[in-house]
Write a protein of this length. Structure first.
Length: 348
C-alpha cells in the first residue's frame, strides 16, 4: 500500500459513509420497537432473517407487496413535514397485503436522496417504524442510497416492501356471492393517491402550503399530509371472526376501480353514495376543480379507505366488532349480478 498521497475521497464525490453509519445508529432503537415473534436478525447484516415457524405458522403461503408514497412526497419536502410519510409508506403496502388475507410479518424500506441529511432521514425512518408498530410487522432492513447528482437538494424518494403470510387455504377473496354486504371503513383524508391532481388543484386555488386550511384547522400542507390509515389489525380481527369474503383497499382508481378487483366474474356491486358523509377535503377538491362525481369516484377514496365484503348474516356482528376496534363503519350496499360498480344517490 502506498502512502503520502492525498487523493480524492468518496466524501468529496458527495457520498458520506460516516453519515450513513450515524443514521443506522440513530434508527436502531426505532427498529427495535418493531420486534415481533419470528425475527431472527435485523439491521446491520447483508440480509435479514425471519422464522415462520416461530411466528406461529405451520403450512404458510408468503404474500409480498411493494409501493411508494407518490407525489405526496413533494408536499412533505416543500413543507419540511416529513414525519408522517413513513407511516404512509407502510400503510400503502400492508393495507394491500391484508386484502389477500395475509398478516404482515416484516418490512423493508428504500430511501434515496442526493445528500444524506441524518436528522430528516431519521424522522422518516422513525415514521416507518411507527407504521410497522401499528400494523404488527417488524422493520428488519432496508437501503439508504446517497446519490449525488440524481436528486435536487433536499429531495428524496421512498419505496417499501412488505412480506406477510397466511395458512394455506385461507386466501382472500373467497366465497363472494350475490347479496353479500359491503361495509366501508372510513379514511382520514386523501391517504396517498391522487396527489398529482391534489397539487394541481392547490395551484388553481392560489393557496400555499402554509396558508390556513380551508376546511379545517392548521395549515393546508399539514392537513394534506395526514398519514394514510392502517387497517391491518382491525381487518384481520374481522377475518378471524368469520364471514369476511373479501377486502378491497381503496387506493388509486378509487371505489370504481378497486372494488371490482375482489369480485368474481359475473358479479358487480351497488353502492349508495348517501350512506356516508363526504369528508370536507374532498368537497373542497371537487369544488376547486369543478370535478364531476364520476371523476372523484375513480380518483380519490372519497372517505372510504377499505371495503369489507361479508356474508349478509354476519354484517351486523362485524359492524359491532369493527366499531369497537375504533373504525367508522358505513353500510355501503351489496354485491349484485352483473359487473362493475353502480351508484345510487349523490356524493356531492
Amino acid at each position: 500500500m502506498t502512502t503520502g498521497k492525498n487523493g480524492i475521497t468518496y466524501a468529496e464525490a458527495g457520498v458520506d459513509i460516516d453519515a450513513g453509519n450515524a443514521l443506522v445508529d440513530r434508527i436502531k432503537p426505532a427498529a427495535k420497537r418493531t420486534d415481533r415473534p419470528g425475527v431472527m436478525s435485523g439491521l446491520g447484516g447483508f440480509g435479514a432473517l425471519f422464522d415462520l415457524k416461530a411466528a406461529g405458522y405451520s403450512d404458510p403461503v408468503l404474500v409480498a407487496a411493494t409501493d411508494g408514497v407518490g407525489t405526496k412526497l413533494r408536499i412533505a419536502i416543500d413543507t419540511g413535514n416529513v414525519d408522517g410519510v413513513g407511516i404512509d409508506l407502510v400503510a400503502m403496502c400492508v393495507n394491500d397485503l391484508v386484502c389477500q388475507g395475509a398478516e404482515p410479518l416484516f418490512f423493508l424500506d428504500y430511501f434515496a436522496t442526493g445528500k444524506l441529511e441524518t436528522e430528516n432521514a431519521a424522522r422518516i425512518v422513525e415514521g416507518i417504524a411507527e407504521g410497522c408498530v401499528q400494523s404488527g410487522c417488524a422493520l428488519i432492513g432496508g437501503e439508504t442510497a446517497e446519490m449525488p447528482g440524481m436528486y435536487p437538494a433536499g429531495d428524496f424518494d421512498l419505496a417499501g416492501f412488505a412480506v406477510g403470510a397466511m395458512e394455506r387455504g385461507t386466501a382472500l377473496p373467497e366465497g363472494v356471492v350475490e347479496g353479500d354486504v359491503l361495509l366501508g371503513l372510513a379514511s382520514n383524508g386523501v391517504h396517498s393517491n391522487g396527489y398529482s391532481l391534489v397539487r394541481k388543484l392547490v395551484e388553481i386555488s392560489g393557496l400555499g402550503w402554509d396558508d390556513a386550511c380551508p376546511w379545517g384547522e392548521g395549515s393546508l400542507g399539514a392537513a394534506l399530509l395526514a398519514p394514510t390509515r392502517l387497517y391491518v389489525t382491525q381487518a384481520l380481527e374481522a377475518v378471524r371472526a368469520g364471514g369476511v369474503h373479501g377486502l378491497a383497499h381503496i387506493t388509486g382508481g378509487g371505489l370504481t376501480e378497486n372494488l371490482p378487483r375482489v369480485l368474481p366474474e359475473g358479479l358487480g356491486a351497488q353502492i349508495d353514495l348517501g350512506a356516508w358523509d363526504l369528508p370536507p377535503v374532498f368537497r373542497w377538491l371537487a369544488e376547486t376543480g369543478g370535478m364531476a362525481e364520476a371523476e372523484m369516484l375513480k380518483t380519490f377514496n372519497c372517505g372510504i379507505g377499505m371495503i369489507v365484503v361479508c356474508a349478509a348474516d354476519r354484517a351486523e356482528a362485524l359492524v359491532g366488532l369493527l366499531e369497537q376496534a375504533g373504525e367508522g363503519v358505513s353500510r355501503l350496499g351489496s354485491v349484485t349480478a352483473g359487473q362493475g360498480v353502480t351508484y345510487s344517490g349523490a356524493l356531492l
